[in-house]
Design a protein around this ligand. Structure first.
Ligand SMILES: Nc1ncnc2c1ncn2[C@@H]1O[C@H](COP(=O)(O)OP(=O)(O)OP(=O)(O)O)[C@@H](O)[C@H]1O
Length: 276
């Protein structure tokens, strides 16, 4: 299996891809993920750099969450290694659904600030003016202003996701994992959110890894795509054409994506993609 190859010459570069990759943050080396002794997918290799945008696609149950948990050290690899190249790596994880409100009722403005607190700061009763400023700016960037003071549990699913996005922006993490952050959003909000995440990667030099079931949107912005498939089973790592034209992907999703990737028109380009 080929992994982390640079895009081949002649292929359309991802929009606004950084000319130079940032520092290496995390490597997956011959990594096989799963529970106990049983891998659910074959071993693979991947390097994650600062400033890169990686989209993760695959059917339900293909192992996306399992891989994330392994990256974060919540479960051990079945074999191989996850190497953190910096011991003090600041990361932020947005799970598929958040259980935090069940424990403690919260409002988005509080959640966003809390996302910045680390270690014993957590016990400090009041946040500083500087922290508040960063949190407020993040709330605006994520489009969460109008409901920032409302109880989290009363928000629509799409609003909850925007609140979580604000939290990620405010965290100033270097490595961000988001599990289907746009799942409950309407099409416009979904596209805007993906574009915001791409800008976070480019402008704040974060590494952003995002699970999405919108394959066109996932492909449009990604420096690297990761496709997980339990049926074959396989993990394909590469540019969108490599992923879309792999036999495993075509088996799941058909030939249309490959054809469009080859023709240079990204699937879903009717959404108004341009190269500005
Ligand atoms: N704690 C566990 N022990 C054993 N197997 C598990 C455990 N958690 C999940 N699995 C299994 O691992 C497989 C992959 O699940 P995972 O949640 O990683 O998929 P996913 O790609 O994130 O799915 P979705 O798109 O539905 O969120 C599934 O077959 C699931 O049943």
């Amino acid at each position: 299996m080929k992994t982390d190859d640079p895009p081949k010459p002649g292929e359309a570069p991802p929009a606004a891809a950084p000319a130079q990759k940032g520092d290496l943050l995390i490597s997956c080396e011959d990594l096989a993920v799963g529970y106990g002794e049983t891998p659910i997918l074959p071993a693979f290799n991947l390097k994650i750099h600062k400033g890169s945008f990686i989209s993760v696609v695959g059917r339900n149950g293909s192992g996306k969450s399992t891989w994330f948990k392994t990256l974060l050290g919540m479960i051990p690899p079945v074999s191989g290694r996850v190497i953190r190249h910096r011991p003090d790596l600041k990361w932020s994880y947005v799970p598929q659904t958040i259980g935090i409100d069940a424990v403690l009722p919260m409002r988005p403005n509080e959640m966003v600030i809390w996302g910045r607190l680390r270690g014993w700061n957590f016990l400090r009763p009041f946040s500083t003016g500087e922290e508040r400023k960063i949190a407020e700016a993040a709330i605006d960037t994520a489009g969460a202003r109008s409901f920032a003071q409302r109880p989290y549990r009363e928000l629509s699913e799409g609003q909850k996701q925007r609140a979580l996005l604000a939290r990620v922006i405010a965290s100033e993490a270097e490595f961000v994992l988001l599990d289907e952050p746009t799942a409950a959003m309407d099409a416009v909000a979904e596209q805007q959110t993906m574009e915001r995440l791409v800008r976070l990667a480019r402008e704040q030099n974060m590494a952003v890894v995002v699970v999405s079931h919108d394959l066109s949107l996932a492909a449009r912005h990604a420096d690297v795509m990761v496709f997980l498939d339990r049926e074959t089973p396989s993990i394909i790592v590469g540019d969108s054409q490599t992923v879309f034209c792999s036999p495993a992907f075509r088996h799941q999703y058909g030939d249309e994506y490959c054809a469009q990737a080859k023709s240079g028109a990204p699937p879903g380009s009717h959404h108004g993609h341009s190269h500005h």
